[in-house]
Design a binder for this molecule. Sequence first.
Ligand code: SF4
Ligand code: SF4
Length: 314
Amino acid sequence: MKKYQSFVRVITGLFKRAVIESAPNLSIEVTSVCNSKCVFCPNAIMRRPRQHLDMGLYMKAVDEFAAMGGVNISFNCCIGEPLLDPHLLERARYVKQFPQIKPVWFTTTLQWLHKFNMDEFFNSGIGWLVISTMFLGRERYKSFFRVDCYEQTLNNIIALIKENEKRQTKIHLNFSLKSTGESNKEIMDHPDFKMIDTLMGGKVRQGLDNSSLFVDDWCGAVTLPKYLRKRPIYPRFFRPCRLLYRALHIFSDGKVGLCSCRDFEENSDLIVGDIKKDSLKDLWNGPKHARLVNDWCRKNVISVICRTCRHYVY
Ligand code: SF4
Ligand code: SF4
């Protein structure tokens, strides 16, 4: 079924006319610090500095984004765990003052939720979390995330679900379930899965339906374990990745790029500027962005990083 859906997406994508959106979605790498070393992530080999984004630069970016009419901000990091950012709640509260901007969301392992005061966490304006995790016991968790944080994570998930039940303003929870090659039946039979799925009213199973053993290998930088398979490299002749039409990404050192997820060393030609000296509007409407899209569209000149990227979006 999934193969069929991917095929249909690719074919219909070929006929859709892509237009650069007037205001992008903005993803902000609030921190590039992450304690995990997930088997499918280049965190363990990343050489750039691990740091939290300066608060002044962050505010400049949000102010400029709001002035552009932007509405979607996420704290999704290229590499990084947002809950390890000491300014996380301050940042969410800052966004909240702009009514046009939707509540922020981000992906997290939730390993560090216990460090936060729950009243502050829920009142900060965080609207949605994608929890990247598994419910298959400590040893399998350790072998995938390569940290010994299973019980801590499980307790945090239970605490968050229970807090959510108590509160009027809820945080929307999604699960991005990982496995080490187990069948859906084996996953669903695990007592921890059953417990969390029951607490969530059966919604975790939906995450299981959406999970996939097909992943990207970051242009060959990551050697995947045998139970994960590489996504196919879809044809992209004259058809720029959709991210180039709709997203800007601010890295934790202030650099601004067009790819929010694969340029893990920030050293590709998709880096268009730096929030320290450039305005977001100028970068989004600027000549470098236009050239990258037009070169791909009209001459099939594709940025090196995009040529073999398995995360390419139609
Ligand atoms: S996938 Fe996310 S949680 Fe895992 S190592 Fe990479 S940055 Fe950290
Ligand atoms: S093709 Fe890959 S590297 Fe290029 S913009 Fe899309 S996701 Fe990023």
